[in-house]
Design a protein around this ligand. Structure first.
Ligand code: SF4
Length: 339
């Protein structure tokens, strides 16, 4: 008979540790059990970080990509995609605007390409840092020597989603790449002094509950500083364009599992939840999240950053209202981590 999740069960597991079967139970919990898990996840978050959350600003500055991930509209093999890149001065002006609005973490994101150049990115990082902001990168796999260049310029954190811990599925979804290579790159980032962030894309066709459990175990093995889950939404013009979306309710259970299992990791409330659920990002906070990302990619190009189609763009007002609705106080990343 299936074990029933109760408050006592959660308390006991928080003391003794969650095993593989326990994580599976969390991911397959019914709605009443899920409410208990969300409540426990909030308690764990509040004990680790206080009742606080921070806002970071992302700019997606280039969308040319040398990879052909099956789920992504910017894949090399999508000839219809319009390719753009944003220049240094425009990026700096956006960073200044974010700073003036009280945001202290600037998130530079791009598809995986050498088109902008390592030295160019170094100068952007250095100038954003000079404004008084922390710089976070999500730019894929590059030369190892670039890592030192960017780290010395002031980038302190690097996000590389592992997408799925299922080897076969990974290789099918990211042709030409291996899960081992991805994990090795995350370890390399750590060796070069970066805080690291990773996580899965939940709802990929063929993904199983057991592989999501493997995702949780991998995040712990990597000792990530930030763990994130996005829910799969099909992108037009890709081999997966007619596949169903992932299940955001399962995504919320995954957030609670990350919080209970990993405890003191930063967890963003990603925009895919808002796109799929009413008050989706508020519900992420209620399941244990403590970060939200405002999209500051210029309007003229942001619809061309097609990680999925018909994206929900998080604005500053929405982010602040969501934090407040969740009963949290806005802070900065620096203050949150100094707790
Ligand atoms: S997911 Fe990233 S690496 Fe893969 S095709 Fe899209 S932009 Fe390129």
């Amino acid at each position: 008979m299936k074990t029933k999740i109760t408050s006592e069960w959660i308390d006991e597991k928080l003391k003794s540790g969650f095993l593989r079967g326990d994580l599976r139970l969390i991911l397959t919990s019914d709605d009443d059990e899920a409410e208990l898990l969300y409540s426990a996840a909030r308690k764990v978050r509040d004990e680790a970080f206080g009742r606080k959350a921070f806002i970071r600003a992302v700019v997606e500055y280039a969308n040319s990509c040398r990879c052909s991930c099956l789920y992504c509209g910017m894949r090399l093999n999508n000839p219809d995609g319009f390719r753009f890149s944003i220049g240094h001065d425009e990026l700096l002006a956006i960073a200044r605007q974010a700073f003036d609005n009280g945001i202290r973490t600037f998130f530079l994101q791009a598809a995986e390409s050498e088109s902008c150049g390592a030295e160019w990115l170094r100068s952007v990082i250095a100038d954003v840092k000079d404004l008084g902001m922390g710089v976070l990168l999500c730019v894929g796999v590059h030369q190892e020597s670039d890592l030192d260049l960017w780290r010395e310029a002031g980038a302190y954190k690097f996000i590389l989603k592992h997408e799925t811990a299922d080897r076969e599925l990974f290789e099918k979804m990211k042709p030409g790449f291996t899960l081992e290579g991805r994990i090795e790159w995350l370890k390399t980032l750590r060796r070069h002094g970066y805080h690291i962030g990773s996580g899965p894309l939940l709802g990929l066709p063929g993904q199983t509950i057991d592989s999501l459990v493997d995702d949780l175990l991998l995040l712990r093995e990597l000792e990530v500083d930030m763990s994130s889950v996005s829910v799969f939404l099909p992108a037009k013009g890709t081999p997966l364009e007619n596949e169903p979306t992932g299940d955001p309710e399962l995504g919320l259970r995954f957030i609670a599992a990350m919080r209970l299992f990993l405890r003191n990791t930063l967890i963003p409330a990603t925009s895919t939840f808002e796109r799929l659920l009413e008050n989706g990002q508020y519900r992420c906070f209620q399941a244990g999240a403590n970060v939200i990302t405002v999209n500051m990619t210029p309007q003229k190009v942001r619809d061309d950053y097609t990680i999925y189609s018909d994206r929900f763009y998080v604005g500053l007002d929405h982010a602040r209202k969501t934090i407040s609705k969740a009963g949290l106080v806005e802070t900065t990343e620096g203050e949150l981590l100094a707790l």
